[in-house]
Design a protein around this ligand. Structure first.
Ligand code: GLY
Ligand code: MN
Ligand code: MN
Length: 504
């Protein structure tokens, strides 16, 4: 009896699903596993795979990546590296998607696609694999790339619960990849590939697999059985492309920074003595999401008073008392591109003279660093300058003694600001971490500039009026051929501007 009822209920659900599919077909709306120009015209235009990024741009990324992989291999071969593999141009790059992550039984966290996978194809479903390979290289050794996506199989029962999947046909209709298959066919595809080539170059993150289950099911065996092959991890190769933002990416990053800037202004206006840090967090999230952001790009730091000295303070559950400063480090993700801002302001809307003194010391340092955001310097160069300027600023207000040697000023400044001046910014907050901060900045890079000063209450060598204060100012900056563009300049920064927005 129970099993008949169960069967009937499955049947009913399946019929409902089929009816839904039919209605969609009649209305000429096809559901996909992600927004598309057909289903979400308010988000994407025809020809875009994800909002703002076209099929052509994704194809260009894959093609450039493959060319760079082949070039890298030819260079390594002529330098005599990896002599245990036969030289071949045959190249296969393998990028798994993220898997769903659960917070407890059956309850998923918000899904966030693996960044490299997303960068290369824009496909938003979990449990998928992108393969990029060279079709053949002709006499002139030109390579042409082919991309294949392995995607979750259409499944009415699963789709009834989790929402539509794009399937093979849907995937081909909007991604611009050359072929698509069900994920179950990945093993056979790799087996055929291995059989047809005597040697080849595999680019895959085998030391830290992105998707453990797909690795165990398909990829581990492929690697084990690949003989005479050259193995490399692809992160550096992909990040060399990702670190230089295209015009479309720059636009998305600009919007992300503007949303976060305008939202932070609303948080400042909402702030008053006695407010709970949690409410400022909620206000920021509300303001960002109602402006079109997908979510906050990281758990924000909302730190009242001396809690600002805990650099990664994310408990955000205290009351902020009259007379205290608030340090808020928050940003959002807008169609895959992040912002990362910090502002520090007085909860009352008015800086005390001591708060203003210390704040202006950090602001002067930040402004000196912003001027260096040009192709003449690296992030490490700017960091060094940050320590020098900050040291002098702290000397000028009596926090660092005036009679010490230059070398000691630097090491003392490091104590007051224990973090770097900034990092690359993009699809990830701490973007392209494989790219050295020693290289000179290039047009198209986006970075953060975020000096800070942290004075725990226990620092009894510091004049008492400054103890307990923590101040950071963080902006997002686009490097250009000429002067830098501060993408977050809609967010007030001088004490005067901050007091103005908080009191008007
Ligand atoms: N919000 C993290 C950072 O500023 O690097
Ligand atoms: Mn930050
Ligand atoms: Mn940052």
């Amino acid at each position: 009896m129970a099993s008949t009822m169960f069967t009937k209920s499955i049947l009913r659900r399946t019929l409902n699903f089929c009816r839904l599919v039919k209605i969609c077909r009649i209305r000429n709306v096809r559901y996909f596993g992600q927004p598309t120009a057909k289903t979400h015209p308010h988000l994407l235009m025809e020809g875009q795979v994800t909002p703002g990024i076209t099929k052509t741009e994704y194809q260009h990324r894959r093609c450039t990546l493959l060319r760079n992989a082949v070039k890298h291999r030819r260079k390594d071969d002529s330098a005599g590296k990896n002599s245990n593999s036969e030289f071949s141009d045959n190249t296969i790059l393998i990028f798994p998607s993220a898997s769903k992550v659960f917070m407890s039984y059956d309850i998923p966290y918000t899904f966030r696609q693996n960044t490299e996978f997303l960068y290369l194809c824009g496909f938003q479903e979990p449990d998928s694999v992108l393969i990029i390979l060279n079709e053949h290289s002709n006499k002139n050794k030109e390579v042409s790339s082919k991309s294949v996506l392995f995607v979750p199989r259409k499944d009415p029962t699963k789709e009834l619960w989790d929402g539509p999947r794009s399937g093979i046909e849907g995937t081909l209709s909007f991604t611009g990849v050359d072929t698509a298959h069900n994920i179950d066919d990945l093993g056979m595809f790799l087996y055929q590939y291995r059989k047809e080539q005597s040697s080849y170059n595999v680019w895959y993150n085998f030391t830290n697999p992105v998707h453990a289950a797909l690795h165990d099911q398909f990829l581990a065996r492929f690697l084990q059985e690949s003989r005479n092959c050259y193995f490399e991890k692809p992160q550096q190769l992909v990040q060399n492309l990702r670190v230089l933002k295209s015009p479309a990416e720059t636009y998305l990053l600009q919007v992300s920074a503007e949303i976060a800037s305008k939202s932070l202004v609303e948080v400042m206006k909402y702030c008053k003595p006695g407010v709970n840090e949690a409410h400022l967090y909620a206000k920021m999230e509300f303001e960002c999401r109602t402006r079109g952001a997908d979510y906050l790009s990281y758990p924000p730091v909302v730190a009242g008073g001396a809690r600002a000295n805990i650099i990664h303070y994310i408990s955000n559950n205290q009351i902020i008392n009259n007379g205290e400063l608030v340090l808020m480090d928050a940003g959002c993700e807008y169609h895959g591109y992040t912002s990362d801002l910090t502002r520090t302001w007085p909860v009352s809307g008015r800086f005390t003279p001591e708060q203003k003194q210390l704040y202006d010391a950090v602001l002067a340092t930040q402004e000196a660093c912003l001027k260096m955001c040009t192709t003449d310097y690296s992030l490490d160069d700017i960091y060094r300058e940050m320590l020098i300027v900050l040291g002098h600023q702290l000397q000028s207000i009596g926090i660092i003694p005036s009679d010490i040697r230059k070398k000691d000023i630097l090491s003392l400044a490091t104590k007051f600001c224990p973090h770097h001046v900034g990092h690359y910014l993009g699809m990830d907050v701490h973007d392209t971490s494989e790219i050295s901060r020693q290289i000179k900045l290039k047009p198209g890079m986006v970075i953060t500039i975020e000096p800070g000063v942290y004075i725990p209450v226990t620092q009894d060598h510091v004049p008492p009026q400054f103890r307990g204060m923590g101040i950071r100012i963080e902006d997002n900056v686009l490097i250009t051929e000429t002067s830098p563009t501060v993408m977050s300049n809609m967010c007030p920064k001088s004490t005067k501007e901050i007091e103005y927005v908080m009191n008007s």
